[in-house]
Design a protein around this ligand. Structure first.
Ligand code: C5P
Length: 409
């Protein structure tokens, strides 16, 4: 594999492991990449820009302005130039700043302008790595879509043994090569995703809704789009935003609106992922005026059932189209999920349980089991929703990559 012509932005922060960045630069250049280095002030205490610019063949950037002639270094241009950014070594401080958007140096500012995939290779002492604050920041970066290259175990600069050694440059290069080999593996795939809750109006100021945040559906949209898919995201009301150019967003409010949008869009799609928490019922009548409390001891709402979007798509689905549903069950989970595969003609169903800590609505994490139409299952540990999105996509759309990881039901 090669990195021929790839633009790699290498961020270096202040850790003893910065000496490995020289080898990393050399290996990237040998593989045909162009490497632009951005280093923090502390990074320069560990390795000199002279070494790095000699190896990369480009001036090393560390300040917003060049001190001699006042030229401005454009982090925006760097964000557009790069095909990937790798921060190696990433200290606890740099990870914390990236996770919280503290753009007080050129490295973090460039990260905030980055359009390409970002990799982070942490390097620090074992206790710093284990610290709840570092772990929280790493989790946040993961859910922002950053790929963390886990540190390895071994002797650390403090002479203590433990986890915190930056991954070896050879392995980082292999991870980048793998990324570019599969980076656009969903190119040209048309994927429709439903997300979020639906709101069913009672009167002009009230509705029946649910606790869905839309996070799982948005994570699926970002993951698919970042792998080259053309995504149409039909979402109910949510506070979330998307910026990826491959995502077309369709905002809807009610189940009826979501149903209409999905039926119109689905025939043009290769895949539909139905992660929306659609209200099963809506008020039979929507009052024109705000319903007044006065004089009423009780209020009874009459509800009628909403269309089942998944089942409707199941009926018009062509053999070459794939549908993936979700099930949130509180009892007899697998049996109920398998019934749903049948009733709604899903190819796969993603089962998440409200009984699991950190899984389900509003959390940034989820714990899922994926069941297939042909009677197989894969169970996963608690992960960030972005990582869960990757597992779902790989399972359903890249089955050959996970062939021997199934359990037969
Ligand atoms: O039957 P249940 O609501 O548990 O099924 C969940 C699955 O069906 C999810 O994939 C959900 O997005 C989808 N669904 C739908 N339209 C409905 C109800 C559920 O698409 N009205």
């Amino acid at each position: 594999m090669s990195l021929q012509g790839k633009h790699i932005l290498l961020g270096i922060s202040g850790s003893i492991a910065a000496y490995k960045s020289a080898t990393l630069t050399r290996l990237l250049i040998k593989k045909g990449a162009e490497v632009q280095i951005v280093i923090t002030q502390a990074g320069k205490e560990f390795i000199t820009p002279v070494t790095l610019s000699a190896l990369s063949g480009r001036p090393v950037i560390s300040q917003f302005f060049a001190s001699d002639d006042g030229t401005w270094h454009s982090h925006v241009d760097l964000g557009l130039w790069a095909d990937a950014m790798i921060v190696a070594p990433a200290t606890a401080s740099t990870i914390g700043k990236m996770a919280n958007g503290i753009a007080d140096n050129m490295l973090v500012t460039t990260y905030l302008s980055m359009k390409a995939a970002v990799f982070v290779a942490p390097a620090m002492d074992l206790d710093m790595y284990k610290h709840i604050s570092t772990q929280r920041n790493i989790e946040r970066l993961k859910s922002d879509g950053v790929r963390i290259i886990d540190p390895t175990e071994g002797e650390l600069a403090s002479h203590l043994e433990g986890k915190g050694r930056m991954e070896e440059p050879e392995n980082i290069v292999a991870i980048l090569e793998q990324f570019f080999a599969s980076g656009n593996d969903l190119e040209k795939k048309k994927i429709m995703i439903t997300a979020g809750p639906t709101y069913e109006r009672i009167d002009p100021v009230r509705f029946i809704g649910n606790f869905s945040s839309g996070k799982m559906g948005f994570a699926l949209a970002e993951e698919s789009a970042s792998r080259g898919a053309e995504v149409t995201l039909i979402t109910g009301p949510t506070a979330l935003s998307t910026s990826h150019p491959n995502i077309v967003r369709v905002d809807v409010e009610s189940a009826i609106e979501m149903h209409a949008a999905a039926l119109k869009i689905f025939p043009l799609m290769d895949v539909a992922i139905l992660s929306a928490a659609v209200a099963d019922y809506r008020p039979e009548q929507v009052a024109d005026e705000k319903i007044k409390r006065s004089g009423k001891e009780n209020l009874t709402l009459s509800l009628v059932s909403n269309p089942d979007i998944a089942a409707s798509l199941g009926e018009i689905k062509k053999p070459e189209q794939l549908t993936i549903g979700f099930a949130l069950e509180t009892s007899n989970e697998e049996i109920n999920a398998i019934k749903k595969i049948e009733n709604k003609h899903f190819d796969y169903i993603v089962l998440n349980s409200l009984n699991d800590q950190g899984a389900g609505f509003a959390h940034d994490t989820n714990k899922v089991t994926i069941l297939s139409r042909d009677g197989k299952k894969r169970s996963f540990p608690l992960k960030s929703k972005r990582e869960v999105a990757k597992d779902i996509i790989d399972t359903a759309l890249k089955p050959s990559t996970i062939d021997n990881e199934w359990l037969y039901l």
